[in-house]
Design a protein around this ligand. Sequence first.
Ligand SMILES: Nc1ncnc2c1ncn2[C@@H]1O[C@H](COP(=O)(O)OP(=O)(O)OP(=O)(O)O)[C@@H](O)[C@H]1O
Ligand SMILES: [Mg+2]
Length: 282
Amino acid sequence: MSDSGQVRLLASISVELIDIIQEYPSPSGGVTRVVDGISLAFSKPGINMLLGPSGCGKSTILQMMGGVRPINAKTPTSGKVMINGIECNDAHDDSVMVFQRYANRPDLSVYDNVAFPFRLNLWKKKVPEAEWHKRVAEMLEETGLKDKKDLSPAQLSGGQNQRVALARALVLRPRILLMDEPFGALDAQTREEMQRLLISLYNEHPCLIVFVTHDVTEALMLGDRVIVLSSQPAKVSDDFTITAMRPRSADWQRSDEARQLEKRILTSLHTAPGRGVVRVTI
Ligand SMILES: Nc1ncnc2c1ncn2[C@@H]1O[C@H](COP(=O)(O)OP(=O)(O)OP(=O)(O)O)[C@@H](O)[C@H]1O
Ligand SMILES: [Mg+2]
């Protein structure tokens, strides 16, 4: 990316959650509070890990940031989501989501899945055809899918399907990339491969990433910043930065710094009431 591109990105990117409360109707009547007064600000490119136990409200928070709304509840119940200084409750052009279940279309080839956003009027108008073909080719190359471009998703492994989903997100050059446990369904080795791929894609296309996980190791290996959430209702129970260079080596994983951060996260999770499940793969 050019220096001027980087400066533009740095100058204009910001996501803010202000005093967010989320309540959902509960099956027994009444409401259940799932998010309990979260305020967070993200204002520069970086990989921000949102770590918390299963069911604590991570997806709820991420979907709120991406403007994905449930049909049965107002989102957020109170508080504000601000993107680039403007309150936003809908999908935002600067932001793209990637999910654990890659959401690839089974009836389309890998190429057409990656190019899919350009079938939509919004992106058709914004990006000329020659440019989007160029971007799709580039992303297929960068994600290692060039020789798979004519296959269908059913002919791909889980990791390759997630590469398609990542490529489809990045062809839009998003300033904000929201990832909901994208590697959660993959085996340990494929997960590590995908983590390395994400780091190299991020280095090529820096943006503001918010990455949800319940894997402590994943948070430590990827994050510039790790935000730890308590079990439901979610509150921020810790928030710290990691300055170690990426990709982080096996030696770093065994270093005092990594061990202490892991202990800090586990302590923070275990002191929260009614703790849920987290994973440590070190
Ligand atoms: N639309 C909804 N209506 C009612 N309850 C909901 C709704 N969406 C989520 N919930 C509940 O809110 C809580 C938090 O859900 P959420 O999916 O945000 O958690 P999570 O941290 O992403 O969990 P996981 O780690 O399992 O993905 C859960 O108890 C869930 O059942
Ligand atoms: Mg979730």
